[in-house]
Design a protein around this ligand. Structure first.
Ligand code: PBG
Length: 326
């Protein structure tokens, strides 16, 4: 035999030398859920290990994550139903606790990267990402609401705006609004290929943000489609996005690969709540080697072409990362 591929696997030292993919902590973004109040930490039952934090407690949590080597965070607010309305008015009110908390976190940790979510659902009494008129999710009337929300977030000090709403033309619309308000340095990571997925269930529990009627299939993408992701990518690039995201991650590795091969922009993937919950449940029950399975999943997302991974595993991964190096 001339070729014996096993020679490159003969010891850990050799395997490490020929390893093609490594996942550094700098690639990870840690999503965090926020609630109003003081000294609050409310666990999310469908996401064991993940909680909703009030700003004061969140600051301690971020400090711990920063000491573990994480430096990017994605912030999601949970608002009381009584504050929601059809126009998501609260989303651009500078006195809302989310914008206030962003200010406080940024003041305490100027060096960390903070990303927001731009969509109407956490603020909307309809629970949809866009404006609902006669049962339809209307596109163009939604855009100014999203733009106001994005500008208010930029004003509060957010570094990256994450439009997750999947309305047509929103990236360009938001980019223009940010620039006109003087926020030319605020980035946009577009949820470019966001699929109408069953894997967002635990997230919607966490924020109590499920649609009150209907589903999100008229704006989020059909899981059967891959070429369409390329169409969305071309549009987002042209509209001024800085980074493109695929969401969810694990069922969509082919989409991540396709975008990474066809775009000059950095590609991110969102390893979503349902993907977290599945592994966590199997781990808690002892049905799987949790640490190895999580590392394998994150590495696979990275191998497929995502330089940036938004994942609820970020903090645990950071702990393991240091133990592996030690
Ligand atoms: C809101 C939004 C969702 C997620 C991120 N932003 C839910 C949805 O679209 O229904 C899901 C994230 C996750 O499941 O971890 N637009």
């Amino acid at each position: 035999m001339q070729q014996r591929p096993r020679r490159n696997r003969k010891s850990e030292a050799v395997r490490e030398m020929v390893r093609e993919t490594r996942l550094p902590l700098s690639s990870l973004m840690y999503p965090l859920f926020m609630i109003d109040g003081e000294n609050q930490c409310s666990p999310i039952h469908s996401m064991p290990g993940i909680s909703r934090w009030s700003a004061d407690r969140l600051i301690d949590e971020i400090a711990e994550c920063v000491s573990l080597g994480l430096r990017s965070f994605v912030l999601f607010p949970a608002f009381a139903d009584s504050l929601k309305d059809t126009e998501a008015t609260l989303s651009s009110d500078p006195s809302n606790f989310y914008l206030q908390s962003i200010r406080a976190i940024k003041a305490r940790f100027p060096e960390v990267i903070l990303m927001s979510d731009v969509a109407m659902d956490p603020y909307s009494s309809d629970g949809h990402d866009g404006l609902v008129r006669n049962g339809e999710i209307v596109n163009d009337e939604t855009l100014p609401i999203l733009a106001r929300m994005a500008v208010a977030q930029a004003e509060a000090g957010i570094d990256i705006i994450g439009p997750s709403d999947m309305m047509d033309g929103r990236v360009g619309f938001i980019r223009k609004a940010l620039d006109e308000a003087g926020y030319t340095g605020v980035s946009i990571m577009s949820y470019t290929a966001k699929y109408a997925s069953a894997f967002y269930g635990p997230f919607r529990d966490a924020l109590d943000s499920a649609p009150r009627s209907g589903d999100k299939k008229s704006y989020q993408m059909d899981p059967a489609n891959r070429k369409e992701a390329l169409r969305e990518a071309v549009l987002d690039e042209a509209e001024g996005a800085d980074m493109l995201m695929v969401k969810p991650a694990l069922c969509y590795l082919d989409v991540i690969l396709k975008l990474s091969e066809n775009s000059v922009l950095p590609i991110a993937a969102y390893n979503v709540s349902g993907e977290y919950a599945m592994l966590k449940a199997a781990g808690i029950n002892g049905w799987i080697d949790y640490e190895r399975a999580v590392k394998e999943c994150l590495l696979s997302i990275h191998r497929a072409g995502a330089n940036i991974i938004l994942t609820y595993f970020a903090k645990e991964y950071a702990t393991w990362y240091h133990a592996d190096k030690g």
